[in-house]
Design a binder for this molecule. Structure first.
Ligand SMILES: O=c1ccn([C@@H]2O[C@H](COP(=O)(O)O)[C@@H](O)[C@H]2O)c(=O)[nH]1
Length: 233
């Protein structure tokens, strides 16, 4: 089943059962789902099969970052499980991203391959502490242009950067944006945030939303409120 919705729900749960409990309340026509490091490390590929069995398209968010040969193999393994999207860190560089692209193409695997630019939890101060003197926006632009040149289908960035990336990399280049915070939600550890409606207006193609839904007292009511915000109501 495929969804026209831009919403990707981050199933950041500590067990397979907890993740499927929420997935069973979600509708694969209304959203996609994301499996990240915690859930995948606990449950392994079984979670992907279980979500596919329920009709969901799955973004496997493991942010691969290693030498080119290792990342190419990991991306191939993910794509062979039939996931809709997989990602690598753009900071792994040109040869790493090109190796991942080449591996998927050589095996005729159509999984979307995207690159993480600067984590949405990072501020200018965080970047400077790890030796990056550019602003988050400047560094995102640099990494996104590199990812585009390397044949990535898009990037993970914050919604604050998408307008500029649309100019630099075009409409078709995917802009997958976590750090989405509806007005009712807490910011938590995220630093470069936007509301769902602001993010779509700025040019995000997909919105990744976790805790504002998964930690809500009523997750389905939170999802409905976000859908209504996006519908302009
Ligand atoms: O830059 C990034 C890349 C990935 N993420 C992931 O998205 C979700 C966001 O969850 P929230 O609870 O809505 O903050 C989470 O799985 C992250 O690992 C990100 O936030 N920023």
């Amino acid at each position: 089943m495929s969804s026209d919705s831009p919403l990707i729900i981050a199933l950041d749960h500590p067990s397979l059962d907890a993740a499927l409990c929420l997935a069973d309340r979600l509708d694969p026509e209304r959203c996609r789902v994301k499996v990240g490091k915690e859930l995948f490390t606990r449950s392994g590929p079984e979670v992907i099969e279980a979500l596919h069995g329920r009709g969901f398209q799955v973004f496997l968010d493991l942010k691969f970052h290693d030498i080119p040969n290792t990342v190419a193999g990991a991306v191939q393994a993910a794509a062979e499980q039939g996931v809709w999207m997989v990602n690598v860190h753009a900071g792994g560089g040109r040869r790493m991203m090109e190796a991942a692209r080449e591996r998927l193409d050589r095996h005729g695997l159509s999984t979307h391959l995207i690159a993480v630019t600067v984590l949405t939890s990072m501020s200018a101060e965080d970047l400077s502490e790890v030796g990056v003197t550019a602003t988050p926006a400047e560094h995102v632009e640099r990494l996104a242009v590199l990812a585009h040149q390397c044949g990535m289908d898009g990037v993970v960035c914050s919604a604050q950067e998408t307008t500029r990336l649309r100019e630099l990399c075009g409409e078709a280049f995917l802009k997958v944006t976590p750090g989405i915070r509806p007005r009712f939600a807490e910011q938590g550890d995220q630093r470069r945030v936007m509301t769902p409606a602001e993010a779509m207006a700025a040019g995000s193609t997909h919105l990744v939303i976790g805790r504002p839904i998964t930690r809500a007292d009523d997750p389905m009511a939170a999802l409905t409120a976000i859908e209504q915000e996006l519908a302009g109501g």
